[in-house]
Design a binder for this molecule. Structure first.
Ligand code: ADE
Length: 231
């Protein structure tokens, strides 16, 4: 899978994807993260990519032309005729595990992510190139980069072979049978930590009882912490 990220801060994208599981998947070639600096397509030699809003008001607006030129530059490298272009913005549909799952199977396996900045982005670029608008939650970030990183992380780990043996998404929250349940609690050694003991059932070796206990814990937790998931 290849993520092309149109951004004003390519270093943020490179740095944050160079560690842990994503870093390993990139080294192994399972995924590629290719940031494109929108400033490389600035309208003048001063590196200008933003301007004051028509109609007045505070802040600056990211201009359509540099974004469009960056997009055209990326599009030349993509075989598929109409790759998805996802604009990260608080106005988008709210990101979720089913959206991550759908994107992880995206046809052509190349996605363009557009990170906005400043007060906003010229609406005409959204009309012209954007195929989907995604928000990572109902709050406003200073830019789209952290949102693009969240999306790439959640999508990448669903690609076969990205997660090693040490982690698995078979029985985790928000997917499959557990679509509306939080995960059960996990424990590792020691069996007694400052007087807090690991539940006996987990030491019993009785797989059916362990399964039953985990399911019950998932339901209990969901009722306590996220009751809205059950309604
Ligand atoms: N850019 C600014 N805020 C955002 C959000 N909540 N989700 C996605 N992109 C954003």
């Amino acid at each position: 899978m290849i993520f092309h990220v149109l951004t004003l801060f390519p270093e943020m994208i490179c740095e944050a994807t160079s560690h842990s599981i994503l870093g390993r998947a990139i080294k192994a070639g399972t995924i590629q993260v290719k940031p494109v600096n929108i400033r490389d397509f600035a309208i003048n030699k001063h590196g200008q990519v933003d301007d004051a809003p028509y109609g007045g008001g505070a802040g600056m607006v990211l201009m359509a032309a540099p974004v469009f030129d960056a997009y055209e530059h990326v599009k030349k490298q993509i075989a598929a005729p109409n790759p998805p272009v996802i604009f990260l913005s608080p106005q988008g549909r709210v990101f979720s595990q089913p959206i991550a799952q759908a994107l992880s199977c995206c046809e052509g396996k190349e996605i363009i992510l557009l990170c906005g900045h400043y007060e906003g982005i010229d609406e005409r670029i959204i009309e012209e190139i954007v195929t989907d608008e995604i928000s990572i939650g109902d709050y406003v970030l200073t830019g789209g980069e952290p949102a693009a990183l969240v999306l790439m992380d959640a999508v990448s780990r669903l690609i076969p072979s990205v997660l090693g043996k040490e982690a698995s998404h078979q029985d985790e929250s928000f997917s499959g049978e557990n679509a509306n349940l939080l995960e059960y609690p996990h424990y590792t050694r020691p069996a007694d930590f400052r007087g807090r003991k690991v539940p006996d059932v987990l030491l019993s070796g009785h797989h059916a009882q362990i399964e039953k206990w985990r399911r019950e814990q998932s339901i209990k937790r969901t009722k306590q912490k996220r009751p809205e998931l059950l309604s």
